[in-house]
Design a protein around this ligand. Structure first.
Ligand SMILES: Cc1cc2nc3c(=O)[nH]c(=O)nc-3n(C[C@H](O)[C@H](O)[C@H](O)COP(=O)(O)OP(=O)(O)OC[C@H]3O[C@@H](n4cnc5c(N)ncnc54)[C@H](O)[C@@H]3O)c2cc1C
Length: 338
């Protein structure tokens, strides 16, 4: 069963803590309730909310906000070296990662401490420290909003890309993800420690032969030292994607800005860290009366004093224009705004 509430404040449900209200709000605990809700004559438009860690509301929401709360996780099948585990969309992502680690299932350790819920993880193919969920994704179950019908999507069908999937493009606003199945390792775990500061962190922890649990601990420690805790400083993590530019453009920029880092991603393209561009342009630590740029991580916009969604939008627009003017690079937002 579910009940619809009127004029629900959304601030407690979002990590950017914007003070907005949804005209109608419903929390859904089961797929059956979801299907019966979709058949009802609910107030449109409909917005799907998970952990609220990748969304900035620009104004009060006029239709219905549907909060995904279906819980449950477990092993589906266990093979010689692999296991298929299923988690329902309402499960907290990090708790799911810790649960997998407690069973010695490998593959999610680099994705420790990412906020949000399991259901949103395929939306932007969440990634961190050299891993993305597409590396361990098996399939997901989703309900079509228009018909209430269940559909299974395999990895190819999700069309995962860098912070991207079919659910942000062709099928945007058409499906609600209800559960995700991951293929994890039970032995011979494939550790990825060559990214960011993981190796240095492991060394400082005196770990020579790391386990998946050690990698998770290192990732958690690095993240805690670099990223603001949304409970203390409201934010949505990385606000912009790292731009990918042509190799020749990168080489030209490098002549003007010799310190500019770049990672070759293909024969033709190089990825440039957006955080470096924003920092170099002088935005790190910037604050106006309500919102600003974090002083330790230039990629993170913060709501330090009751900022509105429009305050965040305006600041992000200023940064985009400035980076374009200084480097000729157009930053793209990672965070959803509505
Ligand atoms: C401090 C911090 C650090 C972060 N670090 C990272 C990081 O390292 N890597 C990374 O990739 N992201 C990171 N993020 C961003 C964010 O945590 C992820 O994008 C996360 O997956 C969002 O999950 P959520 O449940 O909060 O989604 P929400 O913010 O609630 O929703 C995000 C989008 O998904 C849609 N959606 C949510 N649930 C469903 C569903 N069940 N079905 C269909 N659509 C749905 C929403 O409509 C919205 O468009 C970070 C955020 C913060 C605050």
């Amino acid at each position: 069963m579910y009940s619809i509430q009127s004029n629900q404040k959304l601030k407690p449900f979002t990590t950017m803590a914007i003070d907005v209200v949804a005209s109608n709000y419903v929390a859904i605990n089961t797929v059956e309730d979801l299907q019966s809700f979709l058949k009802s004559s609910y107030a449109k438009p409909l917005y799907i909310l998970g952990g609220g860690s990748n969304i900035v509301f620009l104004q009060d929401y006029p239709g219905t906000v549907l909060h995904i709360h279906n819980l449950g996780k477990g092993v589906m099948t266990q093979g010689e070296n692999e296991v298929l585990v299923k988690a329902n969309a309402g499960e907290n992502w990090h708790e799911f990662v810790l649960w997998a680690l407690s069973h010695d299932f490998g593959g999610l350790e680099n994705l420790s401490l990412i906020p949000g819920r399991v259901g949103a993880s395929p939306m932007q193919n969440i990634g961190a420290y050299g891993r993305e969920i597409k590396d361990v994704f098996y399939e997901l179950e989703a309900v079509e909003i228009a018909t209430g019908k269940i559909r299974i999507f395999n990895r190819e069908e999700c069309q995962f890309g860098y912070r991207d999937s079919i659910f942000k493009n062709e099928l945007k606003g058409q499906y609600i993800i209800t559960s995700v199945i991951f293929r994890l390792t039970t032995k011979h775990h494939q550790l990825k420690t060559d990214y960011g500061a993981i190796q240095n962190k492991l060394a400082s922890m005196n770990v020579n032969n790391p386990t998946i649990q050690d990698v998770s601990k290192a990732v958690i420690a690095i993240r805690e030292s670099k990223l603001p805790d949304p409970k203390k400083i409201p934010n949505c993590g990385s606000f912009f994607k790292n731009p990918t530019i042509l190799n020749e453009e990168y080489l030209l920029l490098k002549q003007h800005f010799p310190e500019m880092p770049g990672y070759v991603v293909s024969d033709t393209h190089t990825k440039v860290p957006a955080g470096w561009l924003i920092d170099f342009a002088g935005w790190k630590g910037f604050r106006n009366e309500t919102v600003g740029v974090h002083d330790r991580q230039a990629l993170v916009l913060i709501n330090h004093h009751e900022g509105s969604g429009k305050d965040i939008l305006n600041l992000s627009n200023e940064i985009v224009q400035d980076i374009d003017a200084k480097f000729g690079i157009k930053l793209e937002r990672e965070v959803n705004m509505i």
